[in-house]
Write a protein that binds this ligand. Structure first.
Ligand code: SF4
Ligand code: SF4
Length: 243
């Protein structure tokens, strides 16, 4: 059947009239930023303190766009007689976002919660080499990762949070305990409490014990003092007389 002349125009006008009464959905980006869901796959953030360089993410990445370098370090024994341990130290962690297909496998397989999705998406570059984000840049993305959604009411408390809460409670209880004042060693008896006047003045300085003068030597008991010189006697008479 041949189309009725002017029917196309009428259809177009009908569409125009319909959409005129609807709320607009066009977003004025970049003047107005889009309101994205918190779990949007924008960019990957690295929390390197959690990374043990297990290489699982790099091995599982279907695009082979995660680059990790590390070296081994010997950790001395924690206790005397213990064994030394060796651990991996991260030297390089980079993701090439020009290859990444945002599948999220690396984040899923990381056993130590070192990788997270951030909703940030404004990192377009004019040079493709700039799309390889090194460790420092990946770390900066971490600060844009939103907090995890709240748990369902009645859900079991996560183990990490329960352990942290118990430690904080123990510490608070220890700090709240009144500590008994210790008596300084070398003092005897109780000291009389002084009346509190609300304001204590400076205490009078005690006079330092001055040097004592030389003491007279005491004569040891049982001994007699030195006797003076005796007068010399004259020569004796060889005949028995005394001159
Ligand atoms: S999101 Fe997928 S493609 Fe991108 S780095 Fe992770 S595993 Fe590789
Ligand atoms: S899987 Fe996690 S812990 Fe292992 S190397 Fe990757 S980011 Fe680090």
């Amino acid at each position: 059947m041949a189309p009725i002349p002017g029917s196309g125009l009428a259809k177009g006008l009908a569409v125009t009239l319909r959409t005129m009464t609807k709320k607009t959905v066009t977003e004025q980006y970049p003047d107005v930023l889009p309101d994205l869901p918190p779990r949007t796959r924008g960019v990957i953030g690295l929390f390197e303190e959690n990374c043990t360089v297990c290489m699982l993410c790099a091995r599982e990445c279907p695009d082979w766009c995660i680059y990790i370098d590390s070296h081994k370090e010997t950790v001395p024994a924690a206790t005397p007689g213990g064994r030394e341990r060796s651990r991996n130290v991260l030297d390089r962690f980079a993701i090439d976002f020009s290859l990444c297909m945002y599948c999220g496998i690396c984040i899923e397989v990381c056993p130590f919660d070192a990788l997270f999705w951030s909703p940030e998406f404004e990192y377009a570059e004019t040079d493709i080499r700039e799309l390889t984000h090194e460790r420092d840049k990946l770390r900066e993305w971490m600060w844009t990762v939103p907090a995890p959604p709240a748990l369902d009411p009645g859900a079991e408390e996560p183990k990490e949070i329960a352990a942290a809460r118990k430690t904080a409670e123990k510490l608070a209880a220890t700090l709240a305990e009144p500590t008994e004042p210790t008596r300084p060693t070398g003092t005897t008896g109780t000291t009389e409490a002084t009346e509190s006047t609300g304001q204590t003045g400076p205490t009078e300085p005690t006079k330092p014990a001055g040097p004592t003068g030389p003491t007279e030597p005491t004569r040891p008991t049982g001994t007699t003092g030195p006797t003076g010189p005796t007068e010399p006697t004259g020569p004796t008479d060889p005949q028995g007389g005394q001159s």
